[in-house]
Design a binder for this molecule. Structure first.
Ligand SMILES: [Ca+2]
Ligand SMILES: [Ca+2]
Length: 284
């Protein structure tokens, strides 16, 4: 029931009060009705106001909770920002320290680079000096080799004078097989050397400085050594373990190699393959 209806009822009661006593009982009834309706209206208003108050209270509580949450969030953001600022400041300090170290390292690098260039310059200078020294050493070595060659040739010349000067012995100048070496000697009115005495063996061994054929072989019959004049071998001057006839070795060399086990001036013969190419010693 709204206020206009209440107003109409009050107006109607005033009119009825002015109309006379004959209508008084009827008016009392309507008054009670109005009173009951007013009470109901007040109850409804009170309930509505109560609901509004409850809603307001709920709203205020929610608003408070929201504001508190936002405040905590803002506080958290604030702490985060402060930590972030502290981190930035710390990084800024580290950056400054690193830049300082970088400048120091750059200075050290420049200094080392300068020293490196100086050392490279010294190395270049020393290399040039070393090249000059090496060139001088090569020149000395070459002179020494020439001198050695001269002495060696002189020794060969003296030896040749000794061997050839007698007119009895000479060494071939070419490397040939046993047969070709013998032919070399024959072409010159000689033959391969026969050694039939210890003195001759000692004398030849002291002068020969390379492998040479001598005039001994078992080509005709294995194990039967004969000289080129068909005389049999009476005394041999063999290296240790020779003659061993390895791979059909039938021709005899005089080996000069003093490093061979058991070598001596009286033990220097070896049988080897007749096709080997070495020099031969000839005897007229
Ligand atoms: Ca043989
Ligand atoms: Ca042999």
């Amino acid at each position: 029931m709204d206020l206009e209806t209440i107003y109409e009822n009050v107006k109607r009661r005033d009119i009825e009060s002015t109309t006379g006593p004959q209508t008084q009982s009827h008016g009392q009834y309507e008054g009670k009705d109005l009173k009951r309706r007013g009470s109901r209206c007040l109850v409804l208003i009170t309930v509505g106001l109560g609901l509004i108050c409850v809603l307001l209270l709920v709203f205020i509580i929610l608003l408070h909770i929201t504001i508190t949450a936002e405040r905590d969030l803002i506080k958290s953001y604030k702490n985060t920002v402060e930590e972030f600022n502290q981190t930035i400041n710390s990084l800024q300090d580290n950056y400054t320290d690193l830049m300082t170290e970088k400048h120091q390292l750059q200075n050290n690098f420049n200094s080392l680079n300068k020293k490196k260039l100086e050392l490279e310059s010294k190395v270049t200078s020393l290399s040039e000096e070393a090249k000059k020294e090496s060139s001088k050493q090569h020149q000395y070595t070459y002179v020494f080799m020439l001198l050695f060659r001269f002495i060696f040739d002189a020794h060969g010349f003296i030896k040749c004078m000794f061997l050839c000067g007698s007119g009895r012995f000479f060494i071939s100048t070419e490397l040939k097989s046993w047969s070709d070496s013998r032919q070399y000697c024959r072409d010159r009115g000689a033959d391969l050397l026969i050694i039939n005495t210890e003195e001759k063996q000692r004398f030849i061994s002291s002068l020969v400085s390379e492998r040479v054929w001598i005039g001994l072989s078992d080509r005709e019959q294995e194990g039967i050594m004969k000289w080129v004049d068909n005389s049999p071998l009476k005394q041999g001057f063999w290296l240790k373990g020779e003659p061993n006839n390895t791979d059909n070795e039938d021709c005899i060399e005089l080996n000069y190699n003093r490093e061979k086990p058991g070598w001596s001036p009286l033990t220097s013969w070896n049988d080897c393959s007749c096709s080997e190419k070495i020099k031969g010693i000839c005897e007229k």
